[in-house]
Design a protein around this ligand. Structure first.
Ligand SMILES: NC(=O)c1ccc[n+]([C@@H]2O[C@H](COP(=O)([O-])OP(=O)(O)OC[C@H]3O[C@@H](n4cnc5c(N)ncnc54)[C@H](O)[C@@H]3O)[C@@H](O)[C@H]2O)c1
Length: 338
């Protein structure tokens, strides 16, 4: 095979980004089919992406479409069932995070992947493909900061999208499961270790509606890893200045900081407001290169038979840690991970 035929499921906020990349920017693949619950999104796929083979039902796409692989970018609660069905139908699978909405779903997804070991499976932890994170990992592996012993991560959504955050909060799994999972994965990746304990706090300072739903608007969590390293996560939904993603990795010989000022670009505006650096607006802008690179990696892995470096086990582990973090926030107790 030298050209992968892909069907995409989900054409929402992120699905459209992946679909555009697959249709126009990734050599080695053709976007041949698309599926969504919404006819308007299928019309978009036909008119904007030139996809003619369109489905309102995922299983019908699996049966009828001429595809080698599926990209699953649907609502989180659909991922586990759809990836299982796609693998059983003999398709390679790219699946957006989260792997599942419960740990049980993740373990079931592991079994499906193990039962179809001849198929490529990749999970969408795209930050591992962001050029700055790739560079940081490379520097750590080269010993540039000595032994890494602390990761400090901030991930706060823009206040201007608070209506959307409130709308989806009830079905998102909660702040730590929905928002912190990327930082949890990155801590494991950078430190090469697994958390042993977590202690988390949360509160709803500007928007009590989150507390009324049993969730938190803002939170932080402290992790101790099995090699003695430490992790601190600050996550939330109310960054007034924009989309604040910042990571620092501290080692025995130095540290690496990724976007300590989450600026839009290198331009600085001098005007009546003072000296102004605009902030990145949201995830499509901040991680545009990462979404492209991760999907290119998926296609290359299928075509070459190489295994992706984000596995189904990374999905389960991050989910287990996110649930333990939520448990600590809800009980006020330190939680020990297996
Ligand atoms: N990696 C990241 O940075 C990142 C960013 C945003 C979202 N996500 C994940 O991507 C997924 C999609 O998020 P979104 O914001 O694009 O959601 P969205 O609500 O904008 O879109 C969801 C899409 O899934 C489709 N869909 C839902 N159920 C379906 C089904 N049974 N069969 C076929 N299609 C179905 C809908 O029609 C819609 O097109 C979520 O799981 C989310 O967690 C990841």
């Amino acid at each position: 095979m030298n050209q992968l035929k892909i069907g995409i499921a989900g054409l929402g906020r992120l699905g459209k980004i992946h679909a555009n990349n697959l249709a126009f920017r990734i050599p080695g693949c053709t976007l041949t089919a698309a599926c969504s619950l919404m006819q308007s999104e299928l019309d978009y796929a036909r008119s904007e992406l030139g996809v003619q083979d369109l489905y309102l039902d995922f299983d019908e796409m699996l049966v009828n479409a001429d595809i080698d692989a599926v990209a699953i970018v649907t609502t989180s609660g659909e991922h586990c069932r759809q990836l299982t069905a796609a693998l059983a139908a003999g398709k390679h699978v790219f699946c957006e995070k989260p792997l599942g909405v419960t740990v049980e779903e993740c373990l079931s997804a592991e079994k499906s992947v193990e039962n179809h070991a001849d198929k490529t499976f990749m999970l969408g932890f795209m930050r591992r493909f962001d050029p700055s994170y790739v560079y940081a990992k490379q520097k750590i592996d080269e010993g540039a900061i000595g032994t890494p012993y602390l990761v400090k991560a901030t991930g706060v959504d823009p206040l201007k999208f608070i209506e959307g955050s409130l709308k989806f909060a009830g079905s998102s799994g909660g702040l730590f499961i929905d928002m912190a999972i990327h930082d949890i994965d990155l801590m494991r990746w950078f430190l090469g270790a697994e958390p042993e304990t977590v202690y988390a706090l949360g509160g709803s300072f500007g928007f009590p509606q989150f507390a009324e739903m049993g969730d938190a608007e803002s939170g932080c969590a402290l992790y101790k890893f099995d090699n003695g390293a430490m992790g601190i996560i600050h996550t939330g939904r109310t960054a007034a200045h924009g989309y604040h993603i910042e990571t620092e990795i501290v080692g025995t010989l130095g540290s690496i900081r990724i976007s300590p000022v989450p600026q839009k670009n290198l331009a600085i505006l001098y005007n009546s407001q003072g000296v102004v650096t605009e902030c990145v607006e949201a995830f499509p802008e901040r991680f545009a290169e990462a979404y492209l690179a991760e999907m290119q990696e998926f296609v290359d892995c299928v075509l070459s038979g190489r295994k992706p470096n984000v596995s189904v086990y990374d999905g389960t582990r991050s989910t287990e840690i996110a649930f333990a973090t939520t448990e600590s926030f809800k009980t006020g107790q330190l939680v020990r991970l297996n």
